[in-house]
Design a protein around this ligand. Structure first.
Ligand SMILES: *[C@@H]1O[C@H](CO)[C@@H](O)[C@H](O)[C@H]1NC(C)=O
Ligand SMILES: *[C@@H]1O[C@H](CO)[C@@H](O)[C@H](O)[C@H]1NC(C)=O
Ligand SMILES: *[C@@H]1O[C@H](CO)[C@@H](O)[C@H](O)[C@H]1NC(C)=O
Ligand SMILES: *[C@@H]1O[C@H](CO)[C@@H](O)[C@H](O)[C@H]1NC(C)=O
Ligand SMILES: *[C@@H]1O[C@H](CO)[C@@H](O)[C@H](O)[C@H]1NC(C)=O
Length: 582
């Protein structure tokens, strides 16, 4: 038992990019492992004895995955690389596994794109990003771990640019192109995850790399004329005191005005704002700010300094979600966001089931017309997996009641719910000292009856509701004409297995219930509950592991546990077909 505890301790340290030991490995080992992975591809995806494997969220047949890396579209094919351990369900031996798709939903494995083979990456091939060079070559910058276990940045380009599947990658002979030196005083254990580079009007490339100095998180800036020779700028693009290490930074332009169109990463102009996302290593949350990028001074200034204020900064997802990355989908003129969802189960359980980690449904991401936040919505290709809709027409849910949504595979479904007008005069007062939404949600779970709320969905529920996950809203009165909408995902009853992390998640949803319709969309996929509040203004993703509410024994309900009635304007649920993911 002692050794297992030690094991889980290390596994936790290793999440995302633990900077500890990696097993030495070389080329031949990886070629062999690669053969291994294609052989198991088709057989082990059976759900027999595997109730938590997903039906339409991305995951390989087995083993550990974390960050997605270098996503792109090339010659009409979507490419997804991800951090993968070929040898087991815990972090280690990381290679860039590679899958391709024509619709972002069904995926075909392509072997390993990048794996340790060169002194500049012999101890690890960690996360990175793709940039399209001016001649159309997709170039990958990634973090390598050198024999001294220093984090350095490397370049790889396709071996054969005519191959739309980009199976083989060639590393630049000058690697590493960016490295810690005594002169630049970069911390060799805190220098990783290059972004997609962007080019200024001066034809010079810029890229940022996550780092820190003491407790100050920063986006170290490098510039280059030829993408091979990189020079460190004398200042970071941006930095914030007290935030710790910034992992997986992402920096991209968004269009002002509420349009859903995405922009190429080098786009500048008057109708353009910029977004800086960082994955905070200390809290394991993906925070973002919206702000202005000055391309002459090469500095980014957030509109509000959200990162400094960790509890209130904007997040892509207020649940289990980390190490995300966007890319510009030039074929559909949209920007796509992908993220990693880790397990909430014990390391012992992960090893037993043989895998760990899944990715979210790719989301289209754009700037809300208010300019104050981003909006995210599952890519529309997902809707191809929907079966016949089951509709619950307009109806009132009295306080303390629930209605079962029958006729859907409740374990693998997509649900959209719209609420009618509320009698807001009945809303409870919000105690002004209650400023932490996650804390309110955990103190006031689905079993604490309020007035307007909790109401929403009970998903992955067992027949007698011994198990369920509740995704719900509460509406509070803040002042005479101002209301506060709280969105929660309560996992406390999700499983009879108490070895799981059942943290309740919550966030405020920035909508005005006087003027706006309240909506909820939830993607249910065996062990994933991925919810979109307010048409994509706030997202919460949860991992749950029911023991009774599995496969055909799972149920779906709309519920209202407030004392006041609420009106469902419409609820539509779809059984979801299985995506083809190998
Ligand atoms: C790093 O790589 C070197 C050379 O391959 C190897 O000897 C060493 O054990 C590795 N270190 C770790 C911590 O994996
Ligand atoms: C490059 O890829 C194209 C398209 O798949 C293929 O026809 C060609 O034979 C490849 N060239 C080499 C040298 O492998
Ligand atoms: C460099 O980063 C590592 C990993 O976070 C940390 O343990 C170490 O204290 C840092 N060194 C300095 C000089 O800041
Ligand atoms: C993964 O899950 C564990 C346990 O639920 C949690 O403590 C940890 O912070 C998570 N890591 C990341 C990177 O999200
Ligand atoms: C609704 O509230 C009652 C009373 O607190 C509680 O017993 C019940 O479990 C709640 N229902 C849900 C779905 O949480």
């Amino acid at each position: 038992m002692a050794s297992l505890n030690l094991f889980s301790f290390f596994a936790l340290l290793f999440l995302c990019h633990g900077a500890l030991h990696l097993q030495a490995s070389h080329h031949h080992v990886y070629s062999r492992l690669q053969d291994g992975v294609s052989a198991v591809g088709s057989s082990s995806s059976s759900s027999k004895g595997q109730p938590y494997r997903t039906g339409y969220h991305f995951q390989p047949p087995k083993n550990w995955i974390n960050d997605l890396s270098g996503p792109m579209i090339y010659k009409g094919i979507y490419h997804l690389f991800y951090q993968y351990n070929p040898k087991g369900a815990v972090w280690g031996n990381i290679v860039w596994a590679h899958s391709t798709s024509t619709d972002l939903i069904n995926w075909t494995p392509q072997g390993y794109g990048i794996y340790p083979s060169h002194p500049s990456d012999i101890n690890g091939t960690w996360s990175g990003s793709t940039t399209f060079l001016q001649d159309g070559t997709p170039a990958i910058l990634y973090t390598g771990i050198n024999p001294k276990n220093q984090q350095v940045q490397n370049l790889a380009v396709p071996k054969n640019r005519s191959d739309p599947y980009l199976k083989d990658w060639v590393k630049n002979l000058k690697n590493p192109l960016m490295a810690p030196t005594p002169q630049n005083r970069i911390n060799a254990s805190s220098f990783r995850d290059p972004t997609t580079a962007w080019m200024g009007r001066d034809k010079i490339w810029r890229v940022i790399i996550g780092s820190k100095v003491d407790r100050k998180g920063m986006a170290v800036l490098y510039t280059s004329k030829d993408f091979v020779n990189w020079v460190r700028a004398d200042h970071p693009l941006h930095s914030t005191d007290g935030t710790g290490m910034w992992e997986c930074p992402d920096f991209f332009p968004v269009l002002v005005g509420g349009y859903k169109n995405g922009l190429d990463t080098s786009k500048l102009g008057p109708k353009v704002k910029h977004v800086l996302k960082v994955s905070l290593d200390d809290t394991k949350h993906d925070h973002y700010t919206i702000g202005n990028y000055d391309p002459i001074k090469d500095v980014y200034t957030p509109d509000h300094d959200g990162l400094a204020d960790k509890d209130f900064g904007l997040r892509y997802d207020y649940g289990k979600y980390y190490a995300s990355k966007t890319f510009f989908d030039s074929s559909m003129n949209r920007r796509i966001l992908l993220g990693w969802i880790n397990e909430s189960s014990s390391v012992v359980d992960d090893i037993k089931k043989g895998w760990s980690g899944v990715h979210t449904i790719p989301r289209t991401i754009w700037l809300h017309k208010s300019g104050k936040q981003l909006v995210q919505w599952p890519v529309k290709e997902l809707e191809k997996l929907r079966g016949k809709p089951v509709v619950v027409p307009t109806r009132v849910l009295n306080g303390g009641s629930k209605v079962e949504v029958k006729g859907v595979t409740a374990v693998q479904a997509d649900v959209e719910m719209y609420f009618g007008k509320f009698d807001l005069s009945r809303a409870e007062k919000l105690d002004p000292s209650w400023t932490d939404p996650q804390l309110i949600c955990s103190r006031m779970g689905s079993s604490v009856r309020g007035k307007l709320g909790p109401f929403g969905l009970l998903v992955l529920g067992s027949k007698g509701l011994e198990e369920y996950t509740a995704v719900f809203y509460r509406i509070f009165k803040a002042s005479d004409s101002k209301y506060v909408v709280l969105m929660c995902s309560d996992q406390s009853k999700s499983s009879l297995n108490n070895a799981n992390d059942k943290t309740t998640y919550g966030t405020f949803l920035d909508i005005d219930p006087i003027k706006e319709m309240l909506s909820l969309r939830t993607l249910i996929d065996h062990s994933i509950v991925e919810s979109f509040g307010g048409f994509g203004k706030s997202c919460i993703t949860s991992r749950v592991y029911p023991t009774l509410a599995i496969d055909g024994a799972a149920h779906l309900y709309a519920f209202n546990n407030g004392t006041q009635h609420v009106r469902i304007a419409r609820l539509t649920a779809w059984s979801m077909k299985k995506a083809h993911i190998a």
